[in-house]
Design a protein around this ligand. Structure first.
Ligand code: SAH
Length: 200
């Protein structure tokens, strides 16, 4: 998976590649079976949601430039796989999902694997996680029609937000937002396809 799908497409960050090698993806998608779990595409995880393609998880972590001391917010816990990858790279992950059933299941899976640097809660991630802000990085794994202002507010100075922007059934842009004092820099990184970020 790592050599053919991720390194071959240009992800070079050694820590990201190591994390992608060490987290057992099949544990997060038990229904898929051990082979399909590592295939080059997203997979259903129930409730109409999907676990992202392995390459996309790696790429988003690489451009977020996570460091061992980073405190990271993930919006869209889903299976918990992305949170596990981030947890290998950062100090602590705060992950939030609007679907309580997914948040609970992900929390159990992550506990069973022994992670102690991931906090999971259910709620609307468009509001961020005020009690734990600000964050060095925020990674959103569902597409927003526009960038939620609370997320930009909850970034540290120098922090990075990675978020798919666009509408369901249309092409979306993966946007990298960098906060530099009062300046907010935005860059389109690639075209992507994510499930929609729900609000409320
Ligand atoms: N990172 C996940 C993939 C998540 S799919 C993984 O590794 O498996 C997108 C997730 O975003 C879904 O679980 C969906 O329930 C969640 N979601 C959608 N809108 C949301 C919102 N407003 N706040 C938090 N989570 C949301």
């Amino acid at each position: 998976m790592v050599a053919e799908q991720i390194e071959a497409r240009g992800v070079r960050d050694k820590h990201v590649l190591d994390a992608m090698r060490s987290v057992p993806r099949h544990v997060f998608v038990p229904e898929a079976g051990p082979q399909a779990a590592y295939a080059d595409h997203p997979l259903p995880i129930g409730y109409g949601q999907t676990i992202s393609q392995p390459y996309m998880v790696a790429y988003m972590c690489e451009i977020a430039q996570l460091e061992k001391k980073s405190r990271v917010l993930e919006v869209g816990t889903g299976s918990g796989y992305g949170a596990a990858i981030i947890a290998q790279l950062a100090q602590h992950v705060y992950t939030i999902d609007i679907a309580p059933a997914l948040a609970n299941l992900a929390e159990q899976t992550l506990q069973s694997l022994g992670y102690n640097n991931i906090s999971v809660k259910s709620g609307d991630g468009c509001e961020g996680w005020r009690d734990e802000a600000p964050f060095d990085a925020i990674i959103v794994t569902a597409a927003a029609p526009k960038i939620p202002s609370a997320l930009v507010e909850q970034l540290k100075d120098g922090g990075r937000l990675v978020i798919p922007v666009g509408h369901q059934f249309f092409t979306q842009r993966l946007v990298l937002v960098e906060k530099d004092g009062e300046r907010i820099k935005q860059r389109d990184m690639m075209l992507v396809r994510f499930v929609p970020l729900r609000s409320g």
